[in-house]
Ligand binder design. Structure first.
Ligand code: HEC
Ligand code: HEC
Length: 336
């Protein structure tokens, strides 16, 4: 049955709403960036299980590499390396993006080849250059650990652990990895004094120069694919071709998912090839390659100062203690 409103409640409701909007408009105006909202509707059981799996190196062939090895939650959800190090110290092909706020992305990976976090989470376990395992072996390992068997049964209500449950739990944990309450978000919500004059000037430049055309919304990016080197071609030895590898459309060659700029102070080095080590360098290149603009040293520093206001509350929780292996658990193979 549809809810019915008493006529009398309408004017009050309307007045309350327009008051809220007026308050919001006064505080945030029509800003192209919106504050990060805390996640809602999280399934606690799945998220807690997913947290364990996220930190568990036994999902890798070597027994040494976990999701947290490359998406280190003590380092802004990245490894701070140009490209990742995988199984047997193999050089990864591309920079590890942060997992922070990844639930806000329109799709996952630089080229968007995974539709969502659940679709993404199975990838690294079986990727020979990442965790180097197979889904079957990973599930076998979990099935020999009684602590996991009972927790999976409790959370999913099924007798057998499968990969679908593993990826669902990891994805649920990842949804909790959002970073609200950055200084910039406080400013958006009306705390005028929280930003310095330089930080505000940096934000004004970020808008006026056109950065917001691609970096906007809640994540300040993550919501479109755009060409890298729009005005001037980007020179790199990295062979990644971007979105065209997924769509087959030649026009999308060298289009990448616009990275989130939330917590960008923590997620160096920058770009899909990890070639820019500092924000100064990244801002300089973005200005030139995407907008045909050369910023003065002062302007660059102001934009960088603004970008550093986007660091929010980092995920904080007790490190999960993982259930021990048993005599039946297949042994890790770190060397061969
Ligand atoms: C060996 C390093 C490594 C490990 C281990 C690893 N990742 Fe990644 N991760 C990467 C790299 C590199 C990419 C980017 C790959 C690409 O775009 O082609 C990535 C991409 C992602 C993304 C997409 C983010 C975005 O903005 O597109 C998510 C989410 C993610 N990983 C989660 C995980 C989870 C969950 C695990 C554990 C099951 C994991 N990763 C294990 C290196 C790693
Ligand atoms: C036409 C769209 C577009 C515009 C305009 C744009 N960017 Fe970007 N930005 C991107 C894309 C795409 C990437 C990823 C490129 C890559 O890795 O190859 C990126 C990457 C970045 C990064 C690195 C983030 C990371 O984690 O690797 C920073 C910092 C950045 N942009 C800042 C800016 C600033 C500052 C401006 C304005 C001067 C700007 N961008 C303008 C599309 C854009």
């Amino acid at each position: 049955m549809k809810p019915k409103y008493r006529m009398g409640t309408f004017p009050t409701l309307f007045a309350a709403l327009s008051l809220t909007f007026a308050g919001f408009a006064a505080a945030a105006g029509d800003e192209p960036i919106t504050p990060i909202k805390a996640p809602t509707g999280i399934h606690q059981g799945k998220a807690e299980l997913g947290k364990k799996l996220y930190f568990d190196p036994r999902l890798s062939k070597s027994g040494f590499i976990s999701c947290n090895s490359c998406h280190n939650l003590s380092l802004g959800g990245t490894d701070n390396l140009p490209t990742a190090i995988g199984d047997r110290w193999q050089q990864g092909p591309i920079n590890s993006p942060t997992v922070l706020n990844s639930s806000l992305n329109l799709a996952q990976f630089w080229d968007g080849r995974a539709a969502d976090l659940k679709a993404q989470a199975g990838g690294p376990i079986a990727n020979p250059k990442e965790m180097g395992f197979t889904h079957e072996l990973a599930v076998n390992v979990l099935a020999t650990i009684p602590g996991y068997v009972s927790e999976f049964r409790h959370v999913f209500g099924k007798d057998k652990i499968d990969m679908d449950q593993v990826t669902e739990a990891i994805a649920e944990f990842e949804k909790t990895l959002v970073t609200p309450n950055s200084r910039f978000d406080h400013w958006l919500r009306g705390d005028e004094k929280i930003l310095t004059a330089d930080e505000k000037a940096g934000y004004a430049l970020f808008k006026k120069s056109g950065c917001v055309a691609c970096h906007n919304g809640e994540a300040v990016g993550g919501n479109s694919f755009q060409k890298m080197g729009l005005v001037e071609p980007y020179k790199t030895s990295n062979p990644a071709e971007g979105r065209s590898a997924v769509t087959g459309q030649d026009a999308e060659r060298f289009s990448f998912k616009v990275p989130t700029l939330r917590n960008v102070e923590l997620t160096y080095p920058y770009f899909h090839d990890g070639a820019a080590h500092t924000l100064t360098e990244a801002v300089n290149l973005m200005g030139r390659l995407q907008l045909g603009k050369k910023f003065s040293t002062k302007e660059n520093a102001q934009i960088v100062a603004f970008l550093k206001t986007l660091t929010g509350d980092q995920p904080s929780f007790a490190l999960p203690i993982l259930p021990p292996s048993t005599d039946k658990t297949p042994r890790p193979v770190p060397f061969d």
